[in-house]
Design a protein around this ligand. Structure first.
Ligand code: PHE
Length: 354
């Protein structure tokens, strides 16, 4: 554009006015749509945009007016750029607020897959093994009364397990409401509500007032089993447990040592022959090769009577084991406290187990 000085001066006035109008336009512009903001950017800041047109005029502006002209186009540039930045930021942050549904095309966040807790893994294995021979699963409350936890199970009033040392009482006067010390309480409830044949296992959390150490804890888990029918014998008990230990540990030798439980008669402790192949085997079996894994026995007729089952017609067996102890054996875990610390380095190791 070649204009004589006077004409150009008038032209410059017009241009500066135009620039001022564009600044106003840029300031007033708003949009929540990315393509509209982009169109705005191209109109003002694009290669063939308004700003570049004005910049192209710059060389024609007489020196004394270069400053004023330059300042106005810079102001326009800054205003337009700030507007683009502001609106883009706003649109982006709205997208984030909309969460994963804001933009269905964006790539997925990598999310780590968790692992089942070893106690759940072992509990599920035990349930499955017994389910295969017809046992169902029964559950009951963790807060129990004296009847279901002790009295119905033939625990005489002077039995040491009722001592405050072992039981967490919730109500102490009279000592009636407590945290169950074993899941035998669930078996009592089951017998009260079902007539034989009964085949049930009761997994669950139990509580005992014990010092916490590497080997014992005040909270742990049990699975107890109950089988009641006509003509159930001690041989049935032994074969059932043998089947179980073969399935769970792959060990086919067990022995039953005479023991005492108030709710079973006769009672026994079950040992499995673990073997003496490695140094660890020596350590965990104290050099004997045998490991105690549960308690069991024939249900005491008094218990059947307490639960309205006729002991002259029916007999049955019961057994109970600690899940932590079994998980410690299966996974060679040396400290029971690991189960409750929720340390990811420990829990992650069970990822591959279903
Ligand atoms: N209830 C017993 C315990 O908690 C285990 C057990 C169950 C023993 C059934 C014999 C029969 O130690």
């Amino acid at each position: 554009m070649r204009l004589n000085f006077y004409k150009f001066a008038a032209h410059l006035e017009v241009m500066i006015d135009q620039i001022k109008n564009y600044i106003k336009e840029a300031e007033a512009f708003t949009s929540e749509k990315l393509d509209e903001v982009e169109a705005f950017r191209i109109k003002f800041l694009g290669k063939k945009g308004i700003l570049n047109e004005f910049f192209a005029e710059f060389k024609n502006v007489p020196n004394e007016q270069k400053k004023e002209f330059g300042q106005s186009i810079n102001q326009l540039k800054q205003t337009a750029q700030a507007k683009v930045d502001e609106l883009k930021l706003k649109i982006e942050s709205q997208k984030d607020e909309a969460g994963i549904y804001g933009d269905l095309t964006r790539s997925a966040q990598p999310s780590e897959i968790g692992a089942r807790h070893p106690i759940s893994i072992v509990k599920n294995q035990i349930i499955e093994i017994f389910a295969n021979i017809g046992f169902n699963v029964s559950e009951g409350p963790e807060i129990e009364d004296d009847w279901h936890n002790f009295t119905a199970l033939n625990l005489p009033e002077y039995h040491p397990a009722r001592d405050m040392q072992d039981t967490f009482f919730i109500q102490t006067n009279p000592e009636d409401i407590l945290l169950r010390t074993h899941t035998s309480s669930v078996q009592v409830r089951y017998m009260e509500n079902n007539q034989p044949p009964i085949r049930t296992i009761s997994p669950g959390r139990v509580f005992r007032n014990e010092d916490i150490s590497a080997r014992s804890h005040c909270i742990f888990h049990q699975v107890e089993g109950l089988y009641i029918d006509k003509n159930v014998s001690f041989a049935d008990l032994k074969q059932t447990l043998l089947y179980f230990t073969k399935q769970l540990f792959g060990k086919s030798k067990i022995r039953l040592r005479p023991s005492y439980f108030p709710f079973t008669e006769p009672s026994a402790e079950v040992d499995i022959y673990w073997g003496l192949e490695t140094e660890t085997d020596y350590r965990i079996t104290k050099g004997t090769g045998w490991l105690e894994i549960m308690g069991c026995g024939m249900v005491d007729p008094n218990v059947l009577k307490n639960c309205n089952i006729d002991p002259n017609t029916y007999s049955g067996f019961a057994f109970g084991m600690g899940i932590e102890r079994i998980a410690m054996l299966l996974y060679q875990i040396g400290d029971i406290r690991m189960f409750y610390e929720n340390d990811l380095r420990f829990l992650k190791q069970f990822k591959s187990v279903v």
